[in-house]
Write a protein that binds this ligand. Sequence first.
Ligand SMILES: C[S@@+](CC[C@H](N)C(=O)[O-])C[C@H]1O[C@@H](n2cnc3c(N)ncnc32)[C@H](O)[C@@H]1O
Length: 431
Amino acid sequence: MQESTLSVRRPPPNPDESAGDDESKTKKGSSFNCLSMHAAARSASGGAAVLLLLLVAVLLVSFLLVSRSRSASCSSPFDSLGSRMSLFGGAYLASDFGSLGVPWCRSKFGKTVEWTSKDLLKGLEEFVPIYEARPIKNNVYGMGFDHSFGLWFMTRWIKPDLMIESGAFKGHSTWVLRQAMPETPIISLSPRHPEKYLKKGPAYVDGNCTYFAGKDFVDFGSVKWEPILKKHGISYLSRVVVFFDDHQNELKRLKQALKAGFQHLIFEDNYDTGTGDHYSLRQICDQVYIRGGGHSCFKDSDEARIRMKRKKFWEKAVDIDELCGKGEAWWGVRGHMRDDFNHSNKAISYAEHFQNSRFVESVLDVYWELPPVAGPSLTHQTRYDPARASDPIVEDGRYGLFQRLGLGRLETSVFNGYTQMVYLRISAPTA
Ligand SMILES: C[S@@+](CC[C@H](N)C(=O)[O-])C[C@H]1O[C@@H](n2cnc3c(N)ncnc32)[C@H](O)[C@@H]1O
């Protein structure tokens, strides 16, 4: 995907790239209707005036019938969401994605990821049955479907020799990493060992994983990586993937990873501006000079009006009152840099926030946000606001494709956890 596709409004994916396309069926239907109408009109022109009038009447009636049936066939099978969205002036489908602006981080040389939307679709088809066999069915407070897919897809693509995770909870993400790379060692850092959860219900403990957990817990930033990497036979840090789901300030984690020399990082909770319990990459990069970034706290602005409306429909949408703190501070969460599940938070000035973004840009080779797997009229998700997300992999209206990929077999709740998982490729800062 080109860097340009990371900006505010992305073009819909090429229908030729997908396994199937409901839209094309609709289009075929429409052109057939139009052709028959033209043919009827041609024959009418050669007839008598009465016949012509009669034909016009017949045409009118059939036109009305055709338009009614066409609109019926185009409507979403999930009309409740469709009708809720009609409150936004019928502009819900596709155009809603990114209508408020989707901030993103600038990379040093404009590079982007190798995988395409076609690869993502292929991956989805493969991943659904894997996910259905997951040992932890109820993973509230852990990853849902979108991010499980993202972690699996990216790890499998990168094919690392070592996988490191920080924040294991019951072990679902460890299991996902294992599905991506069946033979590759894992290092897992988490204050509570996943085996502790086994007493209460399903959990996953991996046989080829070194746990720094329980009494052996060490925070990622305090680990002496050199001897550990040597022990695992790692000579090239480009062969390691580090996955963070530990709700720590992502700027802090980025600096620690950079210091250790890691290059491939995946952050699970890349919270949007005004939300979440830690300072995230997306928050850091939400800057006025980025297309889709920066905010106005002016109560009479278009942004304020749009946000107020959207707040009524999406659980995590934020209105201007929530977005803006003292002194109209909108960056981070109301001008605060949160850390450690919001157990710590510090007010920062816009100048500091801006400096943080410049630092991030100076180390970024690639910034890629996983798109939502499917549009909300398909998944029924109510959490994230599509106006602040990039276009989904399976766009709204593509019900047939959604079903063909097996996504329709999954419970709705597994789609309710999307928070812009992000992949970063980093290297030492440029001057
Ligand atoms: C959201 S859960 C992780 C969910 C898990 N990745 C999954 O998908 O099921 C966050 C985890 O981070 C752990 N945690 C808290 N502080 C941490 C730290 N400093 N380093 C690593 N993990 C931490 C918590 O104990 C918790 O298990």
